[in-house]
Design a protein around this ligand. Sequence first.
Ligand code: 0X9
Ligand code: CA
Ligand code: CA
Ligand code: ZN
Length: 310
Amino acid sequence: EFPPGYEGYHTYDETNAALDKIVADHPDIAAKSSVGKSFEGRDIPMLKISDNVGKDEDEPEVLFDCNQHAREHLTTEMCLRIATRFTDGYASDPAIKDVVDNREIWVIPIVNPDGSSYDIESGNFAGWRKNRQDTGTDLNRNWGYKWGCCGGSSEDPNAEDYRGSAAWSAPETTALRDFIDSRVVGGKQQIKASIDFHTYSELVLWPFGHTQDQVTEGMTQEEYDRFAKVGGEMAKTNGYTPEQSSALYVTDGDILDWMWAQHKILAYTFEMYPSDSGGMDGFYPPADVIEKETARNDAAVDILLKEAGA
Ligand code: 0X9
Ligand code: CA
Ligand code: CA
Ligand code: ZN
């Protein structure tokens, strides 16, 4: 259902099929599950990659999630690249094997399946951002830490950054929250680091988003400095600009603020290619950029996976 020139992108069904094929090809290191249901009842598929994948081992866990925003289809390809790279590379690449043997990697390629399906439903792009609950909720304003606190979201249901009627009013954020909460084992959050992929602007962003302050409730100078250091290291590898997320603009209820405040997950948002396009076109680069613009983040992904063990 992608328009001509975009067939290289994976639809929701094709994404599920790609994940199923990865599991069929690599049953010892890959397992598929559902995080939960979207508003319209679609499963939100998730892949776990690790040695002894059926066991919950004592290994640092890392979460990669994509496509909170419907029209940001390049991010789904980013998550699929991560899934493919750490499974297809396992047998032949010792560095990949080392990561897979010593981490538990969670990959969620489509957080917003209703929105991303709707965006391509007619055969032309709809320019859709939100989920499909009534007028649509911006999932990245619906997370429950300081929800709606600070002028970084809208209470207007027709706005692009509508925060929803309450924190966690969207089934998609609730499903992800419940999964992340479930990774607290023996009183300890197992997920140590995360990247939430978006497009576009070529940025590496870290918390907090609700304030311009670096140091505030829930963020010490030492913690901030670690975010900035690792963020800077990752940005050096992909050429993105590293900055605190509120330097782009203030948001409240985004995933980063909740992941850090609630669970102390070293959580980043990447804004992928392009750096600028002057509007809606930036969300729809042709499929021939997928390879280059997802491979561009390989080294940054590797850095975060390593850092999760620190
Ligand atoms: O607005 C968003 O949710 C993200 N940008 S996007 O163009 N993909 O919609 C950025 C969220 C990062 N947080 C802050 N900027 N505070
Ligand atoms: Ca394992
Ligand atoms: Ca574990
Ligand atoms: Zn986005």
